[in-house]
Design a protein. Structure first.
Length: 95
């Protein structure tokens, strides 16, 4: 088995593709935020991206927080339910 690299360059690469300050802020304010009003679920190529972009542009809704800096996940992929997988948020906090 390989162990993860523990060097400054590895940390720098991780910080380059994540939003560490925004992620820390969201973890600190998890109890103050409300749950999403709308959650779009769907299969691949079934129109979920179009539906989400229409909701954002026409109704002024806010897209989900995405901890990764990636053009395909920006304001599209939600990580709302993964805090417990990272061991940072108790599953009891989810509605």
């Amino acid at each position: 088995g390989r162990s993860p690299p523990r060097s400054a360059s590895a940390l720098a690469r991780l910080l380059a593709v994540t939003r560490p300050l925004e992620l820390a802020w969201r973890l600190l304010t998890v109890r103050l935020r409300c749950t999403p009003d709308v959650y779009i679920l769907g299969e691949v190529r079934c129109g979920t991206t179009t539906a989400a972009s229409l909701l954002r542009s026409e109704l002024g809704m806010q897209g989900p927080f995405t901890p990764w800096v990636h053009p395909l996940a920006e304001q599209k992929e939600s990580f709302f339910f993964v805090g417990h997988m990272w061991g940072l948020v108790s599953p009891a906090l989810y509605p």
